[in-house]
Design a protein around this ligand. Structure first.
Ligand SMILES: NC(=O)c1ccc[n+]([C@@H]2O[C@H](COP(=O)([O-])OP(=O)(O)OC[C@H]3O[C@@H](n4cnc5c(N)ncnc54)[C@H](O)[C@@H]3O)[C@@H](O)[C@H]2O)c1
Length: 382
């Protein structure tokens, strides 16, 4: 099989974060990049040696491109995915795939019409412990899964942000940006088919308006109940609940807060974000990634993460399952992307991403209206 020749559009934290995974997979060859920021273009050209274009269209005109990873801001995903599909290239787009469900539906249709793969990732449901939890639940040895909880407490709201990242109308705030991971985790473990959503979202910091926290209740079609709790205000760190291990599998210092004493200007925030981009997402880590605490309760036992795998609590007592840490979650995303391009059935399709987005938008709508929202776009795990 010849290597899949891939390009990246958008070199922020997400774009830089994928470089090691692409380099580490012989099935892929990085052949082009598109990035409008001049300084960033120079930095990435020096780092990769591939042609770096000022915009997506000129990258799509470069001969010999098979696939594109869309790592631009969320509000641009619909337009960029449509462009890539029109050029008949396979597309891997970052989460959340869009802001509105209709946009996601149009993206799925565009990929279907063009006959190309549309995949949504990275998300923390690719993390090895979450995948193994799903396998245990699906294997049935612990009986049916009945409750799943994923709780995270971070300083997301206190880190440098572009204004759009805080604007709900542009896919900002923690429910879109971080809830997308949590919903993907819950849907993967629970099998995918969520019936309805009830949620309350919060905006309690006057100095930084956005959705900074939420509590979401998911009711699955089979009666499983799940909660996604997120607090991004940075006072308490969820790593205190996860043996000190953070989102990328590194030991973190509890109690640190990213917020500077004096609020930065938007220009300073942008500059800080650019500086942080290259190293924001590490390529490897000694422990399993922990996107907060995830706990699944089955009829005959419970499962949660340990620093290096899973802990299973059942009639046999507490047993630990060690999991390999040699592949990063992004390496696993690329493996699934290659499988999808080879025609194998995979989970994180455009339809799956659309179903995740439906839950996120329903949570925001539920909080606004005070009502439970019934869902219509859910799909099961492949
Ligand atoms: N899966 C994860 O863990 C993860 C982590 C971070 C971000 N993300 C997602 O990745 C996306 C990007 O987030 P980020 O934090 O990297 O953003 P960012 O703002 O740091 O970077 C976006 C990059 O896209 C470039 N860009 C802007 N407009 C463009 C255009 N028209 N054409 C080409 N490039 C353009 C910008 O110059 C910038 O370099 C978001 O959807 C976000 O939700 C996912």
């Amino acid at each position: 099989m010849p290597a899949i020749r891939i390009g990246i559009v958008g070199m922020g934290a997400a774009g830089w974060g994928f470089l090691p995974a692409i380099r580490g997979n012989d099935g892929f060859q990085l052949v082009a990049i598109a990035e409008p920021g001049t300084e960033m273009r120079e930095a990435v050209a020096a780092e990769t040696g591939v042609p770096v274009h000022p915009d997506l269209q000129s990258m799509l005109e470069q001969p010999g491109l098979d696939a594109v990873y869309v790592a631009t801001p969320t509000e641009l995903h619909p337009e960029h995915v449509a462009q890539v599909c029109a050029a008949r290239k396979h597309v891997l787009t970052e989460k959340p795939m869009a802001i509105r469900v209709e946009q996601a539906r149009a993206m799925v249709e565009a990929a279907t019409r063009a006959g190309v793969v549309l995949q949504v990732g990275h998300s923390h449901s690719y993390d090895m412990p979450i995948r193994r939890m799903r396998e245990i639940v699906a294997g049935g040895t612990l009986g049916r899964v009945r409750m799943i909880h994923t709780w995270n407490f971070t300083d997301w709201m206190a880190r440098p942000r572009r204004p759009a990242e805080l604007d709900i109308g542009q896919g900002g705030g923690v429910t879109y940006r971080q809830g997308a991971h949590q919903i993907d985790i819950l849907r993967l473990i629970g099998g995918g088919l969520v019936k309805s959503v009830r949620a309350t979202t919060f905006d309690w910091d006057e100095s930084r308006r956005s959705i900074g926290a939420h509590t979401i209740l998911l009711n699955f079609a089979d009666g499983t109940a799940a909660t996604a709790v997120y607090n991004g205000y940075g006072h308490f760190s969820g790593t205190e609940l996860t043996s000190g291990i953070g989102e990328w599998g590194l030991a973190e210092v509890a109690g640190k807060r990213a917020a500077p004493a004096v609020a930065p200007t938007p220009e300073q925030e942008l500059e800080a974000k650019r500086k942080r981009a290259k190293n924001a997402i590490p390529a490897s880590a000694p422990h399993q990634p922990h996107f907060g605490l995830t706990l699944a309760s089955c009829e005959r036992g419970d499962i949660r993460q340990s620093p290096d795998g899973l802990l299973v609590y059942s009639k046999n007592g507490r047993e630990e399952i060690a999991l390999p840490a040699d592949k990063s979650p992004r390496a696993l995303v690329l493996e699934e992307f290659a499988d999808a391009i080879a025609g194998k059935p995979v989970t994180h399709t455009g339809r799956w991403g659309l179903a995740n987005l439906e839950v996120c938008t329903a949570a925001i709508e539920s909080s606004r209206t005070g009502k439970e929202i019934e869902l219509v776009h859910q799909v099961a795990v492949a």
